[in-house]
Design a protein around this ligand. Structure first.
Ligand SMILES: O=P(O)(O)OC[C@H]1O[C@@H](O)[C@H](O)[C@@H]1O
Length: 151
């Protein structure tokens, strides 16, 4: 897959590790920052950069790294067409893909051991959307987005 990847100052080390893991596993990674050695950076523009690649079709999926991942999840979900999920474990990861068809994965660099983060990424990439009743719920979420007006 083509993966757009970014993270703020909290996620720089994990981003390097995940980029290497993704490349080793045959994915094409677009690293959208922050670069190694960057000082404190604001995460909303990084979230936007990843999400725009996903909604524009330049990337198949996006991965965003933060300290807690909470602000990143809020920011990503402001972009029309993005379904971003913050995943701390394999259970929530499977829900995020299977039920929510998430197209952006958010990870908390201050919470996750790097090995766990890799396992979450692997699970997120391989778990299919289940469809069925979840199609209807995603359509309802899309309707909420539609009613919120253009962006
Ligand atoms: O590192 P500081 O600036 O304290 O906090 C930034 C983090 O706050 C959270 O919303 C985000 O996860 C972001 O990474």
């Amino acid at each position: 897959m083509r993966i757009a990847l970014a993270g703020d100052h909290n996620g720089i080390a994990l981003k390097a590790r995940l980029a290497a893991w993704l490349t080793e596993h045959g994915h094409r990674v677009a690293d959208l920052g922050a670069p190694e050695g960057a000082g404190t950076v604001d995460y909303p523009p990084l979230c936007e950069a990843v999400c725009r690649q996903v909604v524009d079709g330049a990337a198949d999926r996006g991965i965003v790294l933060g300290g807690s991942g909470l602000g990143e999840t809020i920011a990503c979900n402001k972009i029309r067409g993005i379904r971003a999920g913050l995943c701390h474990d394999l259970w929530s990861t499977r829900i995020s893909r299977g039920n929510n068809d998430s197209n952006v994965l958010v990870l908390a660099a201050k919470v996750l051991a790097p090995d766990t983060a890799e396992q979450i990424v692997a699970t997120w990439l391989e778990t299919p959307f289940k469809g069925g009743v979840h199609e209807r719920r995603l359509a309802q979420i899309a309707e909420l987005e539609h009613r919120a007006g253009p962006r």
